[in-house]
Design a protein around this ligand. Structure first.
Ligand code: TRP
Length: 440
């Protein structure tokens, strides 16, 4: 007899697990650097439009597919369609998951280093003028590799140790705490001398800065930050109970996730201008700006310790959700035990994460870090998301996915129209347009 599929215990547990997956380095590390590269406010406007125009319908599509099939990748396609024709989407997801695991572990490793640095008082003792050189020397070395590997091992421990429940409980407390802390830091940044310039950069759009590249960046960032496009939410929703409200959850995730990203921007950009740095610094931006902020803040070591512990945990709940896609795949398709599946995923990731980390040092020529970051977020996730929307909107029976969503009360009828139109037309058309424009 088939084993009964696990289910989330409570409604708040569902919200915390999905928000825990969405809120992570994508909001606090990736959003500010992408927004900085994309010229600030213009990027933000396009980003928010993508979140609500495409993101919310696409989340609902993933949820309906996952809960109706009660399967992850690629089996959800197989059981729904009765054929193997859509498997390719599932396999692309697995590849994307491995790429994300590799570079995500590297950045998460940086947060572990910063926890240590907060304890030893390094931020306090190093003048801001030395920050760039100090960080450059850290990321280029083996120490950074060590932290990335440690993070992957912690992830493996959580995945196999059945502590997921514990993590769920802990993040019920920590996610709200991270929120509070972000508010404190936002206020702190708003009081800085460069605040006005930073806010203008972030909120006063100059649409002449919009290039196809920026639009593609915003699209990729929306998918990355919402954990969309590679079946992460299909897998999670296969554990939902029958009465979990899909549309409401999709809305809550999108609003909370966007709020965290905007707060990260409000913290970073005033500081960037205040310290005379460049907003288009790239992936290292946040890790050079934040220590400067803490250096100048009263009680900086305490605040930075608290912040990086919370950020490391937020990253852990996100990386768990990425690993879960592959682990669920190996267990469902090959009948492996969770332990064996986790060992395989971790073994491969240890190698790829090392290569990504060394992209800041001896492997800078190859720069696998940037390649994985770009390929997964800007190519595989949007294309995967498009495939998912086309599948749910056109292959799955309309009554089947609407039935999933309509199992909740208090949602006005037009919302279902907005989601259906989004899944069938808006999301596929927008993604296709952005890609064709990108190719030209
Ligand atoms: N959304 C997470 C973040 O912002 C990263 C993440 C977790 C993710 N699961 C995912 C990205 C699935 C894409 C797909 O940090």
């Amino acid at each position: 007899m088939a084993e009964k599929r696990a289910q989330f215990g409570t409604k708040i547990g569902v919200l915390m697990a999905t928000v825990g997956s969405a809120v992570g380095l994508g909001n606090i590390w990736r959003f500010p650097y992408e927004c900085g590269n994309g010229g600030g406010a213009a990027f933000l406007v396009v980003y928010i439009a993508f979140v609500f125009l495409l993101g919310v319908p696409a989340i609902c599509a993933e949820f309906s597919l996952g809960r109706s099939s009660r399967k992850g990748m690629p089996l959800s396609f197989r059981v729904t369609d009765g054929s193997r024709r859509w498997d390719i989407l599932g396999y692309a997801s697995i590849i994307a998951a491995f790429m994300i695991l590799a570079f995500y572990a590297v950045v998460a490793g940086w947060t572990l280093e910063y926890i240590m640095d907060s304890v030893t008082g390094l931020f306090k003792d190093t003048p801001n003028s030395d920050r760039h050189a100090q960080f450059a020397s850290f990321v280029s070395g083996w120490r950074a590799v060590g932290w990335a590997l440690l993070f992957l091992l912690i992830n493996a421990l959580v995945m196999t140790g059945g502590v997921v429940k514990g993590i769920e409980r802990v993040s019920n407390i920590l996610t709200p705490l991270l929120f509070l802390l972000l508010i404190v830091f936002s206020v702190n940044s708003l009081l800085m001398p460069g605040a006005a310039q930073g806010l203008e950069f972030m909120f006063k759009p100059d649409f002449s800065k919009l290039t196809t590249e920026v639009v593609l960046g915003a699209l990729g960032q929306a998918f990355f930050s919402l954990s969309l496009g590679m079946g992460c939410l299909v897998t999670y929703s296969s554990y939902f109970s029958d009465d979990t409200p899909l549309v409401k959850t999709a809305m809550q995730i999108s609003v909370l996730d966007t709020l965290v990203a905007v707060m990260a921007g409000v913290i970073i950009f005033p500081a960037v201008f205040s310290f005379g740095m460049s907003p288009a610094e790239g992936p290292t931006l946040v890790f050079e700006v934040l220590p400067n902020i803490f250096h100048n803040m009263p009680g900086g070591s305490f605040w930075s310790f608290l912040f990086f512990v919370l950020l490391a945990l937020a990253s852990l709940t996100s990386i768990i959700s990425v690993s879960e896609i592959v682990v669920a795949f190996l267990c469902d398709c090959f009948g492996m035990t969770r332990i064996k599946a986790t060992c395989i995923v971790t073994g491969i990731s240890l190698v790829t994460a090392t290569l990504c980390s060394l992209s800041f040092g001896s492997l800078a020529e190859l720069n696998l870090f940037n390649i994985f970051d770009f390929l997964s977020s800007n190519v595989l996730l949007p294309l995967g998301g498009m495939g998912l929307c086309v599948f749910v909107g056109w292959r799955m029976k309309r009554s089947a996915y609407l039935e999933q969503m309509k199992r909740e009360s208090g949602v006005p009828a037009f919302v279902f129209d907005y989601i259906t139109i989004g899944i069938r037309f808006v999301a596929p058309a927008c993604i296709l347009t952005v890609f064709i424009a990108g190719l030209l």
